[in-house]
Design a protein around this ligand. Structure first.
Ligand code: ISJ
Length: 353
């Protein structure tokens, strides 16, 4: 066992906060180990550390750089893992509940309450055994292009995930983000075609992000939408870059964009109100955002922010893994298909358990 995983084990035994993560296409694993068990919240967006923000609410926990030890290790592929074959299992009660939720979402769209809403659910999986090192190494080996993480705080619990979605990357004043939406299960075919419904669903995310950024940036560029594979799924993606007008605008940009219409809806406030009232469970940190704020922990360069949307994630509670999965609903959504889509998204985590 390497120093990094020895530190993970001792921190977990001592119930001290830590985060372990690996960025997309990087050969580095980074661990940030807080020296006390205090729960710190961001006071402003100039602070340096690893932020773990929830879907809803202004309190954003973070692990401060000043209170932590940092370990960086190169990923050496010595362990060989076979992806677990995940057979579809349908929980009929969960299906009925979710389909009813989707129906209500479509009705609200038809009434004009909003154009799009992202609805989600939680699924529990019994863990026969659970070892952070093994699960984390599987995430690294199966999802090289994702942001992989394991976050632990005694007052929050343990979360793990492999998200395909960048929320915001800011290097000095250069900003990058993406609009990601539309989902299809990846078969062996390398070509994927999209329906009008999916194209529209993703276009709404691009519209939300570009409109939100407009007054705060200059030199915005927006790529054409293209297909991208994330684990067993295809999505549609648009790359957006811009120059932030002032360094202080970062906080405003984060507040404007979060939660984006990839995970909430359009318009944001009415979709969010619908989610909070109708989903009937607490999303907690699922569809929040997480990552490095104002510092790159591999190089210690400051003025670097690298945040991701907390998707394809799970919370470990006792001998259960709670998987969080959702999908975008538009006027043309078919409830049964949307339930299937959440099931397909659950495979990302089920494969590593
Ligand atoms: C909401 C999730 O994913 C988001 C929703 C998508 C969709 O509706 O097609 C696709 C990618 C993500 O932006 C999730 O994975 O839970």
């Amino acid at each position: 066992m390497t120093d990094l995983f020895i530190k993970v084990r001792t921190h977990q035994e001592q119930q001290l906060p830590f985060v372990l993560y690996a960025k997309p296409n990087s050969d580095k694993m980074i661990g940030l180990f807080q020296k006390n068990d205090h729960l710190y919240f961001l006071e402003d967006f100039a602070m340096k550390g690893f932020v773990f923000a929830p879907f809803d609410g202004d309190l954003m926990p973070y692990i401060p750089q000043k209170q932590s030890d940092v370990y960086v290790e190169t990923i050496v592929e010595t362990d060989y893992f076979i992806a677990k074959e995940v057979l579809p299992e349908i929980d009929e009660t969960a299906k009925i509940i979710f389909e009813n939720l989707v129906k209500r979402g479509v009705e609200a769209i038809n009434k004009g309450t909003f154009k799009k809403v992202v609805l989600s659910r939680k699924e529990e999986v019994l863990l026969r055994q659970f070892d952070i090192e093994t699960v984390f190494k599987k995430l690294i080996s199966f999802y090289p292009t994702a942001f992989k993480y394991c976050f632990f705080h005694p007052k929050i619990g343990m979360w793990m995930g492999a998200t395909p979605e960048q929320f915001l990357k800011i290097n000095q004043r250069a900003l990058q983000t993406v609009a990601l939406a539309g989902t299809q299960i990846a078969t062996t075919a390398e070509n994927v075609s999209w329906s009008e419904k999916e194209i529209e669903e993703q276009r709404l995310v691009t519209e939300f992000i570009t409109t939100g950024l407009q007054s705060k940036v200059s030199e915005m560029t927006v790529s054409s939408p293209y297909s991208i594979k994330a684990g067993n799924l295809w999505h549609i993606k648009t790359d957006i870059t811009a120059i932030v007008k002032s360094k202080k605008a970062k906080g405003e940009i984060i507040k404007t964009l979060h939660p984006t219409s990839a995970v909430c809806g359009l318009p944001k406030e009415s979709a969010k109100a619908f989610i909070l009232k109708n989903e009937n469970y607490d999303r907690e940190y699922y569809s929040g955002f997480l990552g490095e704020l104002n510092i790159d922990f591999a190089t210690f360069r400051t003025e670097q922010t690298d945040l991701f949307v907390n998707l394809r994630c799970m919370k470990i509670v006792g001998d259960m893994a709670q998987l969080f999965i959702g999908c975008g609903i538009t006027k043309d959504s078919v409830p049964a298909d949307e339930f299937t889509e959440t099931g397909n998204k659950s495979i990302t985590m089920k494969k590593v358990l």
